[in-house]
Design a protein around this ligand. Structure first.
Ligand code: 13P
Ligand code: SF4
Length: 308
């Protein structure tokens, strides 16, 4: 392990590379990353870096977003098969057909979508800024009489609709990890076992789970909240990779997952050995056609202009 990290640091210097990692990554990736964050933090970082090479430790749509924001840089992903099943639940073709059912559609695309879907959208959002993004549309004059379409996550979409009262037409997608493995009965059990713990859950969870939580937050906001909170115990309803960071940053506090089965198999495809391999051989570059890139760039940029 030590030898691998030494080689990695040498290669990073030689190639002027930066390693960005999502919070759900394995501990071995957290420990070598230059920056660990949620999808909004990572988009921002990708837009600001001076590095020539971005090694993106996360799933494909995240690396693709980094590449859309940085067409002149090389963006490498350690495993090209690290996808997001929720992102795959909508295609550009299906979105076009959905849009055709409305008179003045305005599409909000969760960043968990392909570049081709983003290219068919008006504005992107992440779980950190979805509420403000949707509010910004209603506040904007161009959206009057429009039909807001939200893709692909039904749980995040319903949460935003409930919080803002804004009517939206929501696609029926979901995250298998959050929707199928973080269940209300598990939350109830965790609550019984840790009655004094604060309950923090991700908005990709089912409504029966989010309605039983104290706070609904993106992974990055969860990490910042825990540092400031006076509570000593937390029940965490999101992918279990976050627990490593929470414990590392807050050694005096205790964290209990709602479910230890809430693992994203795609996030876990990224390993230290694969990071070393792609940086050595400069392989697995993300490619987006220039036409799609330009169209997908606008909704991402529009999102980044909005306050989280
Ligand atoms: P965050 O926006 O909290 O990083 O979530 C991304 C994601 O894929 C959650 O499953
Ligand atoms: Fe996609 Fe869910 Fe994995 Fe996030 S946790 S990358 S939404 S499958």
């Amino acid at each position: 392990m030590k030898e691998t990290i030494k080689k990695l640091n040498k290669l990073k210097k030689e190639k002027n590379a930066v390693i960005l990692a999502h919070i759900y990554q394995l501990p071995e990736i957290h420990n070598i990353a230059d920056f660990v964050g949620d999808s909004l933090d990572l988009s921002r970082k990708a837009g600001q870096t001076n590095a020539d090479v971005i090694v993106f430790c996360g799933v494909h749509f995240m690396a693709e977003t980094a590449s859309i924001l940085n067409p002149k840089k090389k963006v490498l992903i350690p495993d090209l098969n690290a996808g997001c099943p929720m992102a795959d639940m909508i295609t550009a073709e299906k979105l076009k057909e959905f849009k055709s059912q409305y008179k003045n559609p305005v599409v909000v695309a969760y960043v968990n979508t392909s570049a081709a879907v983003k290219a068919e959208s008006d504005i992107c959002c992440t779980s950190s800024n979805a509420v403000n993004v949707v509010k910004s549309i209603v506040g904007g004059t161009s959206a009057e009489n429009s039909d807001i379409i939200f893709v692909p996550d039904r749980n995040l979409g319903n949460y935003v609709r409930k919080l803002t009262g804004i009517k939206m037409n929501i696609w029926n997608g979901f995250c298998p990890t959050h929707n199928n493995f973080i269940l209300p009965e598990y939350l109830l059990k965790a609550k019984e076992e840790h009655p004094h713990a604060e309950i923090l859950v991700h908005p990709e969870c089912r409504p029966e789970v989010t309605s039983a939580a104290d706070h609904i937050m993106s992974t990055g906001i969860m990490c910042r909240y825990v540092e400031k909170s006076t509570a000593k115990e937390f029940i965490i309803g999101t992918e279990t990779g976050i627990l490593y960071k929470l414990k590392k940053d807050n050694p005096g506090k205790n964290f209990y997952p709602v479910s230890s089965f809430a693992v994203c198999p795609n996030m876990k495809k990224i390993t230290l050995a694969k990071v070393l391999d792609i940086l050595t051989n400069m392989k697995n570059a993300i490619r987006v056609s220039e036409d799609i890139r330009q169209k997908a760039y606008r909704p991402i940029l529009k999102m980044l202009e909005i306050k989280a």
